[in-house]
Structures are given as structure tokens and as C-alpha cells.
Ligand binder design. Structure first.
Ligand SMILES: *Cc1c(COP(=O)(O)O)cnc(C)c1O
Length: 347
């Protein structure tokens, strides 16, 4: 009973490897990111893939994710969530590179006996974490007592923010001239990152997940096992909610429910009315009490018979459509950052 991600192993691994090689050829060091649900693969799998790639550093999202990464990856681990004073236990691990985003935290790390390895995050237009560029002179005074490994810049998605990265990196290197000329950027293409490196004479490390792991989804095929089928006559009831069938059809029970993240919607970032309408059409359209499911049966996206259960979903198949058989696999459209698969199949 599985929601399975089928992976064309040669194609996927080949493309991931080419991404790293192309970036390297452009003078940019790739730092793969494994965090959250592991972009559908799981973090341990991504850490193992990073090890295969031979990269020196892997980034994880939080301190809680370090253990899964270090089980599979022997190199350095950058933690993207900034260090905070209660995380003293992490300071003993010499493989960890800590992200520091407040002067008070940097002071505390500078006072720690271990001389922790740190990357100093500079506040960008995202305004999530980071030391204000105006306070960088204070950073300079504290760097002797840590192992400084560069500045981090977390840039907005979308347009080319290489100019912002270049401006901030220059400010940082001016304020801290003695510092290692390394910048850790996010959300730039390898080519954009390369221009920042050239403009600032810095080594650029590109922290990247989506474009690396999910940059080409043609070799990724999510599938849901058909678990059961029930013929339902018009007027009969079915499901947790005992909905009454309005016509004859078949309830198809497929693997994949709320626990897998099926049919969960993140708040949409869609700006325009048209974008919002298309977001609705993809996953959440309620029409006559029905919602379009992400499952494809007999070549077409089908309606939920009722809202998804914990680990399976009930799909409505109208009469006239050839039903699948138990054990068949149905196609399913997923959002990779919210889906947890039961299994990966490396085909
Ligand atoms: C998650 C994260 C990334 C990876 O983001 P993608 O858009 O998936 O490449 C990069 N940098 C930081 C700081 C992150 O938190």
C-alpha cells in the first residue's frame, strides 16, 4: 500500500551531476540543501546523494536535521537556521558550520571555548534573518575568536538579485577587509552566482535545493497503488460522511492521504486573479461539494468521492470509464515540498 515516487535513476542522477559540474565550471561551488520533507526524497536520501556527488558541504535547515544528514554524509554541514543561544550542545561538533544572524549571538559564539565555525548572515531585502549591513563594523571586531567562513546572503525568489548580492557582498568585505572572501548565496542561478563572484573577487557557494533536486521533473513519476474498488448505485451511501451517490459509479480507493500531504494546499502566493483561478483548478476546486483530486485514473484527473483520509483517498469514477484493477498504480500530481512518499523506486 504505497504512495511511491518512481525515479529514473540514470536520468535524475545524471542531471543533478551536470548541474554541479556546470556550476563548478562557472567557478561556483554547489552546496546542496537537504531540509524539511527532503523535497519528496527525504533528507537521508538527499544526504546520501550529496555524498555521491562528492561535494564538500551539505546544508540542512535546522539543528534537528543534522543527525539525519551526518548519518549519510561525511563532509561539513552548514545549518541554515541561524544559531541561537540555547543551542550550546551543537558547538562541540566540528563538522558544523553555524549561521549567525545577530551581533549578540556572534558575541556569545566568540566567547565559546571551541572557536566555532561561523558564516555571518547579512540582512537582505527578504528581511528574515541577518545582521544589518550598517552593523558590519562590529562584526569585524569579533571574528578573531571564531572560525569565520564567509558571509551569507539569502535573496528573494524571482528576478535576478545578483546586483543586490554584489552590493551587499562589497559592503561586507569593505567593513571586514581581513575576512575570508567567501559568500554563500541562495536563489541565484549558477550563472548569476558566477557574476557575483567575478564582481566581488569572492569565492561563491550556491546553496540550492529546488533547482538541483527538482530542476527537471520529467524523470520523477509519483504513483498511487489502487487498493480497492466498490461499485455504487445511485442513491447508495458511502464514505466517512455517508454521502449519497447521485449516479452509478465506482469508488476507487487509492494509497495517499493527508499523512502524505495529499491535497494539502499551502497559502497561495498567487498575485493575480488568473493565477488564483489556476491554483484553484489544480487542487482545491469545490464544485457541488466535490473537490478535484490530484489522482489520474484512466487518463484523467478524477474527483474525490470525499475528502482524503489519513493514508488513502476515495476517488469517484463515473460509469462508462473502465475501472483500474487492485494493484494497479494511478498517476498522482504532488507538491514535492509537502509530500512524504511511502517508498522511492529507483527504476
Ligand atoms: C531552503 C533554503 C535554500 C534552498 O532553497 P531552494 O529555493 O529550494 O533552492 C537556500 N538557502 C536558504 C537560506 C534556505 O533556507
Amino acid at each position: 500500500m504505497s504512495l511511491t515516487l518512481h525515479i529514473d535513476a540514470d536520468q535524475w542522477r545524471g542531471r543533478v551531476r551536470r548541474y554541479v559540474q556546470d556550476a563548478t565550471a562557472a567557478g561556483v561551488t554547489v552546496v546542496p540543501v537537504a531540509k524539511g520533507n527532503g523535497y519528496g526524497f527525504g533528507n537521508a536520501v538527499l544526504a546520501a546523494e550529496a555524498a555521491r556527488l562528492g561535494v564538500t558541504t551539505l546544508a540542512v535547515g535546522t539543528y534537528d536535521e543534522v543527525a539525519a544528514a551526518t548519518g549519510e554524509f561525511g563532509g561539513d554541514v552548514l545549518v541554515l537556521t541561524p544559531w541561537r543561544p540555547w543551542l550550546t550542545a551543537a558547538l562541540g561538533d566540528d563538522r558544523l558550520v553555524h549561521t549567525v544572524s545577530r551581533l549578540e549571538d556572534l558575541r556569545q559564539l566568540a566567547a565559546a571555548p571551541a572557536r566555532p565555525r561561523v558564516v555571518v548572515e547579512v540582512l537582505t531585502s527578504i528581511r528574515r534573518h541577518g545582521i544589518d549591513p550598517g552593523d558590519l563594523a562590529d562584526v569585524a571586531k569579533l571574528l578573531d575568536d571564531v572560525r569565520f567562513e564567509g558571509f551569507a546572503l539569502h535573496l528573494p525568489l524571482g528576478d535576478d538579485h545578483a546586483a543586490e548580492a554584489t552590493t551587499l557582498a562589497r559592503r561586507a568585505f569593505e567593513a571586514v577587509p581581513a575576512a575570508a572572501r567567501t559568500i554563500w548565496v541562495s536563489h541565484l542561478t549558477a550563472a548569476q552566482a558566477a557574476t557575483v563572484g567575478q564582481a566581488t573577487s569572492a569565492e561563491v557557494r550556491l546553496r540550492v535545493a529546488t533547482a538541483l533536486w527538482l530542476g527537471d521533473r520529467s524523470g520523477l513519476t509519483p504513483k498511487a497503488t489502487v487498493l480497492d474498488l466498490h461499485r455504487v448505485r445511485r442513491g447508495e451511501t458511502y464514505g466517512y460522511r455517508q454521502r449519497r451517490a447521485r449516479r452509478d459509479g465506482t469508488v476507487v480507493v487509492v494509497a495517499g492521504g493527508t499523512a502524505h500531504g495529499i491535497a494539502l494546499q499551502a497559502p497561495t502566493a498567487a498575485g493575480t486573479l488568473r493565477q488564483r483561478a489556476s491554483a484553484l483548478a489544480r487542487g482545491g476546486l469545490e464544485a457541488g461539494g466535490r473537490a478535484l483530486s490530484p489522482f489520474r485514473v484512466a487518463g484523467k484527473q478524477r474527483w474525490f468521492a470525499e475528502p482524503p483520509h489519513m493514508q488513502c483517498s476515495m476517488i469517484w469514477l463515473p460509469d462508462g470509464v473502465e475501472p483500474p484493477s487492485v494493484g494497479d498504480e494511478a498517476g498522482v500530481e504532488v507538491r514535492y515540498t509537502t509530500t512524504t512518499f511511502d517508498a522511492l523506486a529507483w527504476d
